[in-house]
Design a protein around this ligand. Structure first.
Ligand SMILES: [Zn+2]
Length: 364
């Protein structure tokens, strides 16, 4: 269905491009071609109202990932949904690659949003705090539409209110170009906006970055899953693997008491991030399991079991054999859970009393 729609719209667009070519010549054709390519790559997002889409699973550099725990902590403080963890990391990649020296400590280049001028933030943790707090604002204004929120982080929150009034709170490359041109036309001094991309130059959309959304989303997980990373005896059940809560005693956010958090939590995107088997094994159980929600429990050996909880859907049944890396389900927030994440447990016997910290077996 998606393909048929894609082909039809491509045919329609190529007809339009012929008309434009005769009208505007080569430049017009190039602009339209760029728009078609961008639209084709991201057309699948058109049908998803929430704006949550799968990415390309591009690897974030170590210089960015070292800030993961600090970003996760700031997100908890500002109550920013953990599904945005990858987005914040990708923004950091985009802004500075996590380079403290080059940015004089303002790794998110967040000074302007804090005090209206560059240079007031001189410390990475302050930069992270400001970036997360500002992104939280864009999420609220954009009504939790991921693409609109990301573009608003770059264009300013005026983009979210404008697309709500004019485009039903949607984001697309064309909509980004339209807004960029509008802002340029309204600017008192349009010459201060330097074009950083050829595509923007070609379409005359040099305000902000019209390709900010796709360049951030490229780092979101690929819905197909991929080869899993082995650092220890067990492979990583998702990628990228961003720990949001550790194994051990903690104050439970829902039960409001101290208790053992018997597993490790990874941030992931509900309905998108594939969850993969950490090792070869047999599915002991794959069904609804109370607080765990939709849960998969795998036996790998007599002394090694893994559990994957809060899934939005399951791709295996009890009794199935799986190989390491097989997709067993999709990230979700079923059961006792406040937002999408993977809760993973490792046990040394069939009894839940035998949980151990998954970190050592995962080698992280
Ligand atoms: Zn958990």
């Amino acid at each position: 269905m998606e393909n048929v729609k894609g082909i039809l719209s491509a045919v329609a667009k190529s007809l339009v491009s012929k008309v434009l070519f005769s009208t505007f010549g080569l430049v017009g054709l190039v602009v339209v071609l760029i728009i078609i390519i961008i639209a084709a790559v991201f057309s699948s997002s058109d049908d998803i109202g929430s704006g949550v889409i799968g990415g390309k699973g591009e690897q974030l550099p170590e210089s960015v990932l070292v800030w993961e725990a600090d970003i996760a902590e700031a997100m908890e403080r500002h109550e920013l949904d953990s599904k945005y963890l990858y987005v914040m990391l990708a923004i950091l990649k985009q802004e500075s690659n996590g380079d403290v020296a080059k940015t004089n400590g303002d790794i998110f280049q967040a000074s302007e949003s804090k005090c209206g001028s560059i240079g007031c933030i001189k410390e990475p943790l302050e930069s992270i705090d400001q970036a997360v707090s500002y992104f939280k604002e864009t999420v609220i204004v954009s009504k939790d539409n991921m693409e609109v929120a990301i573009q608003s982080y770059n264009f300013g929150n005026g983009f979210a209110t404008w697309t709500q009034e004019n485009h039903d709170n949607k984001w697309s490359p064309e909509i980004a170009i339209e807004f960029s041109k509008k802002m340029l036309a309204e600017a008192k001094n349009p010459l201060i906006y330097k074009c950083h991309r050829q595509e923007a130059k070609d379409s005359g959309a040099c305000y902000g970055d019209i390709l900010y959304v796709p360049s951030i989303l490229a780092f979101l997980p690929n819905a197909e899953g991929g080869p899993i990373e082995f650092n220890g005896q067990l492979g990583m059940p998702l990628a990228p693997a961003l720990v949001t809560s550790e194994y051990g005693e903690r104050y439970h956010p829902i039960h409001k008491e101290w208790r053992l958090h018997a597993g490790i939590d990874f941030g992931c995107i509900g309905g998108v991030t594939p969850i993969q088997a950490s090792q070869d094994g047999t599915i002991e159980r794959a069904d609804w399991a109370g607080g765990w929600g939709q849960m998969v429990f795998i036996k790998h050996a007599d002394n090694l079991y893994t559990r994957y909880a809060h899934l939005s859907s399951m791709a295996v049944s009890t009794g199935d054999s799986v190989s390491a890396g097989d997709v067993i389900g999709v990230c979700g927030t079923t059961g006792t859970s406040t937002n999408p994440h993977l809760h993973m447990e490792v046990q040394t016997t069939e009894s839940q009393q035998s949980t151990v910290n998954p970190r050592s077996l995962l080698g992280i």
